[in-house]
Design a binder for this molecule. Structure first.
Ligand code: ADP
Ligand code: 5GP
Length: 191
């Protein structure tokens, strides 16, 4: 196992800020990163595949896995929609000697930082303004109007927790945000 095997990188943001875009870019750039595939009880959207973006579970299956103690953490991120980090994913990434990368909601991100302490770097992806989130979610074309409003409604509270993160990356111009994110990963890898 390499010396990086216990490092973890946490990314959180309000929905639509561009977190998945940034994280997926980093995953392609750096082979020493391992993406932690979460479980969720929401339905797949677009061309999402089971075991790639998420493990898609029914609400009953999700509750069963909670009971079995399979989660490092889990949250009901939106009413009736559960998301959770599986112990088995973290173990898999550690055994590959990689740095674990989490794409996780703000509450979960703060909890994981508390759990992993100095081995973790937590990064908050900040939108230039709350209204931009609605525009980006609309442009993404994956959410119903209700889902967009549910997501935007949470944003101000989520942003108020951004000072609990080690780093804040503003995603206004995507290209400069990606460059900055690459720098953050390189520094963390070398530290
Ligand atoms: P999140 O994972 O935070 O919900 P996504 O990465 O899915 O957000 O991004 C939401 C939408 O905004 C996507 O369609 C994405 O292509 C787009 N997007 C991401 N970053 C930017 C940016 N800097 N400027 C404009 N659009 C962006
Ligand atoms: P989405 O439905 O857009 O894929 O995700 C909604 C929110 O759930 C995002 O903020 C995403 O980061 C978060 N999320 C994804 N996986 C997990 C997880 O394992 N635990 C927690 N707490 N949140 C997660």
């Amino acid at each position: 196992m390499s010396s990086h095997s216990k490092k973890v990188l946490i990314f959180s943001a309000p929905s639509g800020a561009g977190k998945s875009t940034v994280v997926q870019h980093l995953m392609h750039m750096f082979p020493y990163l391992g993406f932690s595939v979460s479980a969720t009880s929401r339905l797949p959207r677009g061309d999402e595949q089971n075991g790639v973006e998420y493990y898609f579970l029914t609400p009953d299956e999700f509750r069963e896995r909670i009971k079995k103690g399979d989660f490092v953490e889990y949250e009901e991120v939106y009413k009736d929609f559960f998301y959770g980090t599986l112990h088995s994913e973290v173990d898999r990434i550690y055994s590959e000697g990689k740095i674990a990368v989490f794409d996780i909601d703000v509450k979960g991100g703060i909890n994981l930082k508390r759990l992993y302490g100095g081995n973790a770097l937590s990064v908050f992806i900040m939108p230039p303004a709350v209204d931009i989130l609605r525009e980006r979610l609309l442009a993404r074309g994956t959410e119903t109007p209700e889902s967009i409003e549910r997501r935007v409604a949470k944003a101000a509270t989520e942003i108020s927790f951004s000072d609990k993160f080690d780093k804040i990356l503003i995603n206004d111009n995507l290209e400069s945000c990606l460059k900055e994110a690459e720098g953050v990963v390189r520094d963390f890898y070398n530290r």
